[in-house]
Design a binder for this molecule. Structure first.
Ligand SMILES: *Cc1c(COP(=O)(O)O)cnc(C)c1O
Length: 404
């Protein structure tokens, strides 16, 4: 138990953990199953180019997402680039795609990489999700598409966004990188808009080392995306599209399948962790776990809290330093909104106060199968001790950083 600021590792106390408790530790699943699959890959001598494990992985992801087609890819960023560059998006250089201000940089990078202009849209002040009212206000004759992001696995307001896209003749894509296994009401994330994108990066709930997918019910789009990922070769073996190399290799598929096998148990563990955190942090002023809309299912892969500086008596970044000194490797997701990133500083003409405020407050705490209820008790004790002495911790950190 930490009682005074003296007990905090930041000020010389012993750290709460000898081994890091981290955000985004990989969900590797059962090692024996993975190695069995790797033996299969080597026995097959089929290492890439649409192998049997890739097909098995695609079928399982499509089923989970409730869609007809899954086009697996080397990562989600390439998936987004392929959708933005698809002929159905249309788009001349300088045409616009509306993206939320609060997301991972890849969402806007994919737009800019294809020569279109990301137009940054503010978000809901509570959920952090793209705000449909503001989307409508940003539509111009040059708008070609909207990309919604299901942040922390929360479903966007998919119905309203679909209506806005329909009314204005726009393509609608979802960056569902953080939302595999989540739902909108009883419908799995995956089938909304024209297509959705998953990431299987090492830090995501299901990982394939690196990987991604486009999921859709549109058969023509799926066929084009299959061609594009393989240098533009169509089903007949002729080059039909301007292509890239976006293929998911067999070692990646082997890990993806193994990680997918562990999904349900991971979700159960995460859900219990979320409830443990909520109970443990309930009496800590200003440190508020994000509340999720109970109509939708969340995998709780991200344990998000907001740190309200006034109520907590310290800024998110001060708490982050306190935690890191204890070997609790929390993350400030996201420290900057899209228009605060240097390449996109000119891409917004309107103020984006909600995203900016959330970027000062959001903190991801460690969770996942590697974090136990006991760990959460210790992490929450550290948070409680820091908040109990908020102004003193802030002042000491300031003097000690200046002294260095
Ligand atoms: C992780 C993530 C990405 C990038 O995925 P990669 O597979 O690493 O390219 C894109 N968008 C969001 C919202 C993400 O969380």
């Amino acid at each position: 138990m930490k009682h005074s600021t003296q007990d905090l590792a930041l000020f010389g106390g012993g750290p709460a953990f000898l081994e890091d408790r981290r955000v985004g530790r990989p969900n590797q699943g059962d090692r024996r199953l993975f190695l069995d699959r790797m033996n299969q890959v080597l026995d097959n001598e089929w290492l890439s180019n649409m192998g049997p494990l890739m097909h098995e992985f695609e079928a399982r992801v499509a089923k989970l997402a409730g869609v007809r087609y899954c086009v697996s890819l080397c990562n989600a960023t390439v998936a987004l680039q392929m959708l933005v560059g698809d002929r159905a998006t249309g788009g001349e250089p300088g045409d616009e795609v509306i993206v939320p201000a609060l997301t991972f940089p890849a969402t806007a990078h994919a737009v800019r990489w294809r020569g279109l202009r990301p137009v940054v849209c503010d978000v809901d002040p509570v959920t952090g999700l793209i705000d449909p009212d503001r989307v409508e206000a940003l539509i111009t004759p040059r708008t070609r598409a909207i990309i919604g992001v299901h942040l922390w696995g929360q479903a966007c307001d998919v119905r309203r966004l679909e209506k806005i896209a329909d009314t204005n003749g726009l393509r609608l894509y979802f960056d569902a990188a953080p939302a595999l296994g989540c739902t909108h009401e009883d419908t799995p994330i995956g089938g909304f808009g024209d297509a959705e994108v998953f990431s299987f990066h090492a830090t995501k709930i299901v990982n394939s080392f690196e990987g991604g997918a486009i999921v859709t019910d549109d058969d023509a789009l799926a066929a084009r995306m299959r061609a594009v990922r393989n240098f533009g070769f169509g089903a007949g073996g002729r080059v039909e599209e301007v292509g890239t190399n976006g293929k998911l290799n067999e070692a990646a598929a082997a890990m993806g399948l193994t990680s997918l096998d562990a999904l349900e148990s991971t979700v159960a563990h995460n859900r219990a962790n979320y409830e443990t955190y909520r109970a443990a942090l309930a009496a800590v002023p200003g440190v508020l776990p994000l509340e999720y809309d109970a109509r939708h299912r969340n995998t709780h892969h991200y344990m998000m809290v907001t740190v309200d500086e006034e109520a907590a008596g310290l800024h998110r970044d001060v708490l982050l330093d306190v935690l890191r000194a204890e070997n609790i490797v929390a993350q400030p997701y996201f420290p900057e909104a899209m228009h605060q990133l240097q390449p996109y500083a000119d891409e917004s003409t309107v103020p984006l106060p909600h995203a900016e405020a959330l970027c000062e407050q959001l903190l991801a705490l460690p969770t996942g199968p590697g974090v136990s209820a006991d760990d959460i008790g210790i992490i929450s004790d550290v948070v409680r001790a820091a908040v109990a002495h908020g102004p003193e911790v802030t002042a000491r950190r300031r003097t000690e950083t200046t002294a260095q």
